[in-house]
Design a protein around this ligand. Structure first.
Ligand code: ADP
Ligand code: ZN
Length: 513
């Protein structure tokens, strides 16, 4: 224990461990294989770097991204740890292999594809290995959000060195993925250590999108500190960055994979150094960035999953000071995500669909957001946190089953090919040219929507799309999907959160961004 706290202090300059770090390090030092699930920023690197320094032999670290490896290498080397990377991008591979064989390395970072190369196994057998650390271990699971087939090649390599302990690390693992990682990497179930996921200083809010630009401008106006705005595409990033800069007068820069590496590096450096800058970015931005004082993260559309949401919002408030995370979502986000589902390989569709359902659940809930989030990560949080939109302004939940039935019937009777604007006219009994031409004034659903139901139609449509009961057609219309028939038959009910007042006034607008 003495040597441990001394190394912690002397090598890393930390006064003590944080969270579950000590439990993880203790297991590793005892040679026990472990899966550590720790949120981003919790300090995963230390849990293998410290044992790497203390144990005889080299810790072999498997990491999926060369850029991340080089970041890790820099900070390890800065702490005086003897570290190297072995990737196709490194020109000094010969030298690195010599140092490794000679026992002169504490840490050796490699990409997973190297694991399948026979000469790599050969190389390992000629050195002393203290530990296998598998970073981003969710990549081994098809249930994870970032499955990488190369990770499946690790198991035979690990099994070739049965006496070397394994430390798998991930920030993002729901219960299912966790169990799978343990099985895939051959780690016993009692080797699981899960850190608390709560980020109490982050205030969560999730709102329907009316105009991303205006809503995000308001976020910028209320939060003068540094912040990140996530947008779904490069074009949206450019557009939002420009508009927000001119609307707020703040320094706003774009970041996406389409920019040259120079510009990206420059913008990122400017952001990290700044105390008031806004970065509008695709999800390409944020990995491995160490900026503790990010005061807000805004999403202009839905993230890929709850895991991605947690990770992206988790870039706010690493310093522990109050921060906000606001997401603006639209029915079209879910529609697009569902469309993309059909392009996913068949065997992954079920897990991807479930991921989307969970996200829809978080977006739609009238419960405490934090409670839903933490339950997703296997925790049992208090029912209310007092620091999210639903706790601060309790949402009004209403039974919208009848409206849903009316809308679904109108979709069905009009042949499942019209958009919400037309359907609303039919339901409201508006006989304009198009309605008359198609004979939709003759349908049983014509004019059945009551006045007080009209302001809720858009929210009902949005909720039905989020849960997949309504799906978009190729031509901008809506068709029945998912459990639509159960709702129609009255076998399922449909609760929704009462939409914001503004939307109730401006009812019937197309759901745009
Ligand atoms: P993760 O990989 O889990 O996202 P990192 O390993 O990058 O997290 O660590 C996040 C930050 O926390 C780094 O700046 C690191 O220096 C710091 N850190 C890690 N452990 C400790 C500790 N015990 N005390 C103080 N700071 C720590
Ligand atoms: Zn709450």
């Amino acid at each position: 224990p003495e040597a441990v706290s001394q190394a912690l202090h002397d090598v890393f300059g930390f006064p003590g461990f944080r969270g579950v770090q000590d439990r993880v390090v203790e297991r590793v030092l005892h040679g026990q294989s472990t899966l550590a699930v720790m949120p981003t920023g919790a300090g995963k690197s230390l849990t293998y770097q410290l044992p790497a320094v203390l144990l005889p032999g080299t810790c072999v670290v498997v990491s999926p991204l060369i850029a991340l490896m080089h970041d890790q290498l820099r900070s390890a080397t800065a702490n005086g740890i003897r570290a190297a990377t072995l990737t196709s991008a490194d020109e000094n591979r010969g030298e690195t292999m010599d140092r490794f064989r000679a026992g002169e390395l504490d840490l050796l970072y490699v990409a997973p594809e190297r694991a399948s190369q026979p000469h790599f196994r050969e190389l390992l057998s000629r050195a002393r290995i203290a530990l296998f650390a598998i970073d981003e271990a969710h990549c081994v699971s098809e249930w994870g959000h970032d499955f990488r087939p190369d990770y499946r090649l690790l198991r035979p390599l690990l099994d070739a060195f049965p006496h070397v302990p394994r430390l798998a690390l991930t920030a993002t693992a729901d219960h299912h993925t966790r169990t799978d990682i343990l099985a895939q990497l051959g780690i016993a179930e009692d080797g699981l250590i899960v850190a608390g996921f709560d980020r109490p200083n982050i205030r969560y809010a999730i709102r329907p999108r009316e105009s991303a630009m205006h809503q995000i401008k308001a976020v910028l106006d209320e939060n003068p500190g540094p912040g990140i705005v996530y947008a779904p595409t490069r074009a949206r990033v450019e557009q939002l960055a420009e508009k927000l800069a001119s609307a707020t007068g703040r320094r706003v820069l774009p970041y996406h994979a389409g920019l040259s590496p120079d510009v990206r590096a420059r913008n990122q450096a400017a952001f990290v150094a700044s105390e008031d800058m806004v970065m509008v970015a695709t999800v390409a931005f944020g990995m491995g960035i160490d900026k503790p004082d990010v005061r807000f993260v805004a999403h202009a559309g839905i993230p890929k999953s709850i895991e991605a949401y947690y990770q992206e919002t988790g870039r706010a408030g690493r310093d522990g000071d109050p921060s906000v995370a606001v997401m603006f979502w639209g029915a079209d986000d879910f529609a697009r995500a569902r469309q993309r589902l059909s392009e996913v390989e068949e065997h992954r569709q079920q897990s991807e669909r479930q991921r989307l359902e969970s996200l829809a659940g978080l977006v739609e809930t009238a419960e405490c957001r934090r409670a839903v989030l933490l339950r997703h990560f296997g925790e049992e949080p208090p029912a209310r946190c007092g620091n999210c939109d639903n706790c601060l302004e309790p949402a009004d939940v209403i039974d919208a089953t009848t409206i849903a039935q009316k809308l679904l019937s109108a979709v069905y009777r009009t042949g499942q090919s019209y958009g919400l604007g037309h359907l609303e006219k039919v339901l409201a009994g508006v006989s304009d040219d198009r309605v008359l031409q198609r004979g939709h004034d003759q349908l049983s659903v014509f004019g059945i929507l009551r006045d007080e139901e009209k302001p809720l139609l858009k929210a009902v449509s949005r909720a039905l799309q989020a849960r997949g009961s309504l799906v978009p057609t190729d031509h901008g219309g809506l068709a029945l999907g998912g459990d639509a028939r159960t709702i129609l038959k009255g076998e399922a009910s449909m609760m929704i959160v009462r939409p914001p007042k503004k939307e109730r006034r401006r009812r019937g607008n197309a759901d745009g961004g």
